[in-house]
Design a protein around this ligand. Structure first.
Ligand SMILES: [Zn+2]
Length: 231
């Protein structure tokens, strides 16, 4: 994961505020297909994407199972993680999930993601994005399990960023993931680029604001683990 993390950071640092998924999504009816890779290491194929989704889910579940076990609690994984392609194809309660985003739905206890959007960003950034995406959404599932309902969305989101940071940082320290320790600051700087408004869907196209808060939350979790996430 190390090499592609560098690409992830470089992209985010260059991308600037709110520019993350500028060229995505692909057409909503298009299924990601194997193309002749422009990436010499061949890591941007739908197969690699699917593997990374599975891997990120697996690492997240192992991580949270361990955390719960340490507290003497039984961990129940999120029921399902699955892709969608069209707006309204998946609903959470009565709310149709929009394109160009991902969500944890507490009503159905699932994580769903716009596969064309996620695959596009994956191709632009690399596999670290997938770990970040799954880490953040999985954190919402954990909040649900712990009965955490903050007064404001921003609090819920910042806590999820902190938890995603703890997940990636702890997993790196525990060698479930391979990262350079010196990447912390770079990762933090990179994440600054994807800050958004509290009322915006996570990673909504063109959204920005509260970047400092998000970056601090993620970096705190990354460096100091869950004890600073106010769980
Ligand atoms: Zn969120």
């Amino acid at each position: 994961m190390r090499a592609r993390l560098a690409a992830f950071l470089t992209f985010l640092l260059l991308a600037g505020c709110g520019a993350l998924p500028a060229e995505t999504p692909l057409e909503p009816t298009a299924t990601p297909r194997a193309t002749t890779s422009q990436d010499p290491d061949g890591t941007d194929t739908p197969e690699e994407f699917a593997r990374d989704i599975k891997s990120a889910q697996q690492v997240a579940e192992e991580y949270w199972a361990q955390v719960f076990e340490q507290q003497g609690q039984r961990f129940q994984p999120v029921r399902e993680v699955f892709p969608y392609e069209r707006e309204g194809e998946v609903s959470c309660g009565r709310d149709p999930l929009p394109r160009n985003n991902a969500a944890y739905c507490s009503a159905g206890d699932f994580i769903a993601y716009d596969v064309n959007w996620a695959f596009g960003v994956f191709r632009q950034i690399g596999d670290a994005f997938i770990y970040y995406l799954l880490g953040h959404e999985y954190a919402h599932g954990i909040q649900q399990r712990l009965g955490i309902q903050k007064e404001f969305t921003i609090q819920q989101e910042l806590q999820a960023d902190c938890m995603a940071g703890a997940f990636i940082g702890d997993s790196a320290r525990g060698r479930a993931l391979t990262l350079d320790s010196g990447d912390t600051d770079e990762l933090a700087s990179g994440l600054e680029s994807v800050g958004d408004d509290p009322g915006q869907p996570w990673f909504a196209e063109g959204s920005h604001g509260t970047a400092d808060q998000r970056i601090n939350a993620f970096a705190n979790g990354y460096q100091d683990s869950l004890k600073v996430c106010d769980l």
